[in-house]
Design a protein around this ligand. Structure first.
Ligand code: UDP
Length: 244
């Protein structure tokens, strides 16, 4: 078998060349990292869970007319995706205060925000993904005002849809992170959702108990990360083969 050469290796995924021009393969690893990779571990089976959960959510988001890079799941760990030019901005959506915003603004974890808040961070590990304003995005040419308008519109629609999807299975969507890119076809450029949507980049709390069912279990050494991801998959009705 021909050994595939990684085009890019991130903290939780590896990107390989796809079988056709304009496609890539996204491979989900078992590595868990937090605090800009200062904390690291391997959680056997996490990559498989995220592959299936992200497939489920990307398909549902696509059915609601929000373009995204997902084409198909190839196997337990790999997805075929469209090759995008990634916009180096992380779009963080917050419904409830948790994580980095709490110490930054002196908020108590769990306080419900008056409205959905969108924050932008520069996607740059070396700089620790600093928070940026839309003006930085325009000044440094990371995206144009009209591209950012589409990104914000898609983001708010995704938040509305996911909030409802998760509430329906007894889960509160606290916050999450999205990435977008440019897809070029026949000389036209379309903004598309990229990356993954999984408990690695969402905060998901049980609606009754507020139990954390996301990567905070790893960040805070709560244990039971894989079981939490399995619970999310189970409630979403996703069937995942055993022995991964
Ligand atoms: N997030 C992410 N990748 C990052 C930073 C944040 O997926 O590099 C997600 C994180 O899982 C959470 C949301 O974005 O759901 C908000 O994260 P926050 O800014 O509170 O940062 P953190 O607590 O991860 O430092």
């Amino acid at each position: 078998m021909k050994q595939k050469k990684p085009l890019y290796e991130g903290k939780a995924k590896v990107i390989f060349d796809g079988p056709e021009a304009g496609t890539l393969i996204q491979y989900f690893k078992d590595e868990a990292t937090a605090f800009n990779a200062q904390k690291k571990d391997v959680i056997n089976g996490k990559g498989v869970m995220n592959n299936y959960i992200s497939e489920h959510i990307m398909l549902a988001v696509g059915e609601r007319g929000i373009p995204n890079h997902f084409i198909s799941r190839m196997n337990d760990r790999e997805q075929l995706i469209r090759a995008l030019e990634i916009i180096p901005v992380e779009v963080v959506v917050r419904n409830v205060a948790a994580g980095s915003i709490c110490p930054r603004l002196g908020l108590e974890e769990g306080s419900v925000l008056n409205n959905t808040l969108i924050e932008f961070c520069l996607k740059n590990d070396k700089l620790g993904d600093p928070i940026i304003a839309p003006e930085h995005i325009f000044t440094f040419g990371w995206a144009t005002p009209s591209e950012l308008e589409i990104i914000i519109e898609d983001t708010l629609r995704i938040n509305d849809f996911l909030t409802g999807l998760f509430l329906g299975i007894g889960i509160r969507l606290i916050d999450f992170k999205l990435e977008f890119g440019r897809y070029e076809k026949d000389g036209l450029i379309e903004i598309m959702l990229a990356d993954e949507i999984s408990p690695d980049n969402c905060r998901l709390w049980d609606a009754e108990t507020n139990e954390k069912l996301d990567k905070d279990r790893f960040r805070r050494d709560l244990g039971g990360l894989l079981e939490a991801y399995q619970e999310i998959a189970r409630r979403l009705g996703i069937k995942i083969p055993q022995n991964n």
